[in-house]
Every structure is written in C-alpha cells, then in structure tokens.
Write a protein that binds this ligand. Structure first.
Ligand code: ATP
Length: 545
C-alpha cells in the first residue's frame, strides 16, 4: 500500500508542475516533453509498472470483484425471495387491464389514506366513482387519484400485504412515455391475482355502465382511449318506422351467433355500411347502438397520414373481441388517391387526387385498396368485431369493399321524412324524459325533482298562440329551458307535432337541420310550428340541402 501512496503523491506533483509550466510559458504540453514534468511522468509510469504496484492493483481488483459478486448475489437472492413469497403482475397502459386496476385501486379502503397522488380530471384517464356521474347524466370532471409516477404504495387486500408502483418508461428519445402499473402481493397462491383481476374488471365495468370509451389509433399505430362519452339513448335516434329496431336486432343477433358462425365455418365478423346525406343520423345511430350493447368504439381514420397497409392490419387484429370499429367517411381514403395494389399507381382515385394531395403538403399514405380489404376480412382480421363504415359518397366506393362479407348490410339514410319531423318534434318538447309513451297527460309523467313547479299552461285553449309561451324576458330568467318550456299534454304535443310535420316538405331537409331549427325554439314550441314554413323556404332558397 505504501507504493500506492507514492503513486498518488507523484501524480499530484506531476499535475502541479505541469500546470505551472503551461501557465508560465504559455507553451503547449508537447513543448514540455523534455522538461521536469515529463521526467516525473516517466517516473510514475515505471512505478505503476513495478512489481509492488502491480500487486496493489491486483489486490484492489480482487476486492472490487468480490464486492460486485456479493452485490449481484444479494440482488439475486432478494429477487428469488420476492419471487418465492410475492406474486408480481405488470399492467401496461396499452392494455385494458390497466384501467381495470386503476378502477379497482380507487375502490380499496386503504387507497383513500394514501398521501401522495397524481390527480386526474380528464375524462379518459380518470377513474370515476359512482358520484362522478352527476345526477343530470353528464360526466362531471371530479378529480380522481392516480398513483404518482415512480412511487410505491403499500396496501392491504384481504389481509394480504401488497405494493403498487407506477412506472413510466420513455421511448422515442424521450418524446413519448408509456406507463405501467406493477402489483406485488405477498402470497404464494397465484389464484389471488385472478381474484384481483376479476374484481378489477367488475369494478371497471361498473364505472363504465353509463358511458362508452372512444378509442383512436395514434401515430405509433396503437389504440389509445380518446374520450369517455355518456351513452346516447337509442330512443333519441329518429329514423323511419322499424329501421332503428331492425338495425339493433341485426347487431344483437350477430353478437349472439358465435357458435352458428363457427359451425358453418363463416368468419365471425359483420360489416355495416351506412350511406346517405350528411346530417341524417349515421354516426348518431352507431353511437347509440354502441351504448345500448355496451360496446366500445374504435375509430379508424383511413385518411390519417402514416397509416399503411401493415399498420392497418395490425390495428384491426389487435382489437378486443367484441367492439365496434368505426370508419367514418370511408370515401375519403378513395378520394385521396388510394392505390389498388400496394405500391401501384392510383387506380380508384379521382383524376388529380394525388396532385391535389402533394400540392397540399399532405404526406402520402401507403394504404392500398387490397390492404384495406385484407385488413377487413383477411386471415389476421379479428373475430367478433362489428365494422360500421359511413359515407356520403356511395358511388366513389370500390364495389369490392361493399360486397357481402365485408359490408353485409348496407343502409341508406335520406333527408327527413314527415314521420321523422313529427317524431323529432315530439321528442324535443315531451315533458318526460323517455320516448313518447302514450301516457295521457303530463300529470302521469315522471316528476322532475330538479325542476321548479310546472307552469300552468296545460289547457289547450289557453296554450294556443304565442301568448301562452314564456315572454322574451323570461327566456333569460336563469331557469333551464325545460322548466321555461310549456308542459304540453300528449294530445297537445301530437297536434303540434302534426302541424310542424305538415310544414316540412318530404325528404328535402336533413334531420340535423331540423334539430338545429328546434334548438332555436327550445322553450317555444308554438313559435317553432308557426315559423317552420318560412324557415324551410329560406333553407331551400339558400341551397343548404
Ligand atoms: N335521425 C336522427 N335522429 C336524431 N338526431 C339526428 C338524426 N340525424 C341527425 N341527427 C342529429 O344531427 C346531428 C348530426 O348527426 P350525425 O352526425 O349522426 O349525422 P351523419 O349522417 O353521421 O352526418 P355526416 O355524414 O356529416 O357525418 C347530430 O347532432 C344528431 O343528433
């Protein structure tokens, strides 16, 4: 060890005189090679190479190696100990089980006592308690507590000790990060994990019962949740008689027929093409069906730049077993210069589409028609999915896309019929929350506990004409419009709805436009009826339809 000390001293001396020489002479180190510092360096080198110094180096090496071996041994021992006594599970953010575990955690009594959390208020990540849904049916942004990043929590579950750690791993050079939850339960029985996951899934479904999650694919071609939406009641969709019921029955039948499909060797998939005028309810009916059947919606934008044949196939094959895939405006892909074969020149596009795209600076997609067709019904396409495609331009679509097996059911949506106009009016001004039920008067309607006492406008004689409607001033009285609007009996409502429908020409106005018009008369049904003809004239003159 003495020689080591000498080496250190020599090094210090050499460094000091080296600095001195450079500072005084302003010479570069190469100029000093023949001077004192060089001699000292030579002395150090020979000392380092001497037998005693080598012995000391070897000694240090052995000590260091022993320490490292001991450290690794301890770490392996700890890992085996943990493996022997703990069950460890990792839940990745990309997987549905991640959300289940978050929902489950929020319900654990010991979770309420944690003292360091990340607060989430966005509707996708946050795990809402039952109270998170306000009584009026909207998703309130109540904060929920998520595990903080890189922090470990200790919990007790069924008298078992467990830890929860949220880890965030960054990728793409730190631009993106991916979360995972690590659960470690002190137990030798693996069944405990199954119990937790079962319970977590149940809790999650419970929090989801009034809402559905909309997923989109991100630039990495991975499904990510975009939004949680309250379910839209099916009854809010007004189509011609029987159409809505037919569609829902068909989807339900499909979901219940897995064995039937298997027995006959038919791929268990079904595709629906809803086409027709914009604003006729295509998207709305899909949303309502998803809510009715508790299916999440996976939105696939074929015109998204960066989407190519292989990523489309992998996205469609990584869907959960029962879900709705929504390809909105499926014509957009064709319009934007879709090629028939991978790498071939555009075959189905309108002339000049590619030029338009390059001049607009849009990045060229590598999606081909055969890629889309393969993704929809190829060998890798997953089972049990329901595909809904919508378009306003049926003629642009390639017939191969529309054939049965890909689009099993094609449904055309039109401008509003008089029937639809009547029904949408009834829905708008019914003073009870559900569908028009045939109840005779408002007294039979369910009481609205939040509303102030109803206005006394029930008598038809009194309610004729604008005098029965709330005055202009009352429109801004601060009451919600449902309490400002006159409470109409079922007979009054029917009569008004008939008058309204008579003012709407058959199949010339869209449902969206009708809805927009009624929105401007939320509290004034009589005025809505009185002004409808004039409004229709204006709409048609302006060529909106
Ligand atoms: N049949 C309908 N019943 C009830 N509401 C409707 C109906 N059609 C349209 N609406 C209303 O009009 C608006 C637009 O409807 P939606 O987006 O479903 O139409 P769309 O046919 O999908 O239009 P686009 O082709 O432009 O996407 C929504 O707010 C919806 O509530």
């Amino acid at each position: 060890m003495a020689s080591l000390q000498q080496v250190v001293e020599q090094l210090a001396l050499a460094a000091a005189s080296f600095n001195e020489t450079v500072a005084l002479n302003g010479t570069s180190p190469s100029n000093t090679l023949s001077g004192g510092p060089f001699k000292r360096l030579t002395a150090i080198t020979s000392m380092l190479a001497s037998t005693s110094a080598l012995r000391d180096w070897a000694f240090l090496l052995v000590i260091g190696s022993l320490f490292e071996v001991a450290r690794r041994g301890l770490s392996t021992f700890w890992t085996s100990l943990v493996d022997a006594f703990f069950i460890t599970a990792v839940f990745d953010e990309d997987d549905a089980s991640y959300q289940w575990i978050l929902a489950w955690l929020s319900k654990q009594p010991s979770w309420r006592n944690i003292r360091y959390v990340t607060v989430a208020t966005d509707t996708v990540r946050a795990v809402y308690s039952e109270e998170g849904y306000s009584r009026r049916g909207s998703i309130s942004k109540e904060p929920s507590y998520m595990p903080a990043e890189s922090h470990s929590y200790t919990l007790w579950y069924k008298s078992r000790w467990m830890t929860v750690t949220r880890v965030s791993v960054s990728n793409h050079g730190g631009w993106a990060s991916k979360d995972s939850l690590q659960l470690r339960v002190l137990s030798r029985r693996q069944g405990i994990l199954g119990t937790i996951i079962e319970e977590a899934k149940k809790d999650w479904l419970e929090t989801q019962k009034d809402s559905l999650t909309v997923w989109v694919s991100n630039s990495d071609n991975v499904w990510v949740p975009l939004a949680r939406q309250l379910k839209r009641p099916l009854s809010s969709i007004v189509l011609d008689p029987g159409v809505r019921e037919f569609l829902v029955k068909d989807v339900k039948d499909f979901l219940a027929s897995k064995a039937w499909y298997q027995e006959r060797g038919i791929p268990f998939r079904r595709g629906y093409l809803l086409y027709g005028v914009p604003g006729s309810g295509k998207t709305s009916v899909i949303q309502a069906i998803a809510g009715e059947l508790c299916l999440n919606v996976y939105v696939l934008a074929l015109s998204r730049s960066g989407l190519d044949d292989s990523s489309l196939a992998s996205l469609l094959s990584s869907l959960p077993e029962q879900c709705i895939v929504l390809m909105e405006d499926v014509d957009a892909a064709f319009y934007h210069g879709l090629s028939r074969e991978p790498g071939s020149p555009t075959a189905t596009s309108e002339t000049g589409a590619r030029d338009r795209r390059s001049s607009s600076g849009e990045s060229p997609g590598k999606l081909s028609l055969s890629g889309i067709l393969n993704a929809i019904d190829g060998i890798a396409a997953n089972e049990g999915r329901i595909l809904f495609a919508t378009t306003n331009k049926y003629d642009v679509l390639d017939p191969a896309l529309c054939r049965p097996g890909r689009m099993d059911l094609r449904l055309q949506f039109h401008h509003a019929s008089r029937y639809q106009a009547r029904e949408v009016f009834k829905r708008f001004f019914a003073s009870y929350p559900t569908e028009v039920t045939g109840k005779d008067d408002v007294a039979a309607a369910e009481p609205d506990v939040d509303a102030p006492p109803p206005l006394d406008l029930a008598s038809p004689a009194k309610s004729q004409g604008s005098s029965s409607e709330p005055s202009e001033k009352s429109l801004y009285s601060g009451l919600c419009h449902t309490s400002r609007a006159p409470k109409l009996s079922i007979h009054e409502l029917s009569a008004l709805a008939d008058q309204f429908a008579a003012g709407v020409p058959e199949r010339q106005i869209t449902m969206a436009a009708l809805q927009g018009y009624l929105m401007t008369h939320k509290a004034t049904p009589f005025k809505a009826v009185a002004d409808v003809s004039a409004w229709v004239e204006r709409e048609l003159a302006e060529g909106h339809h």
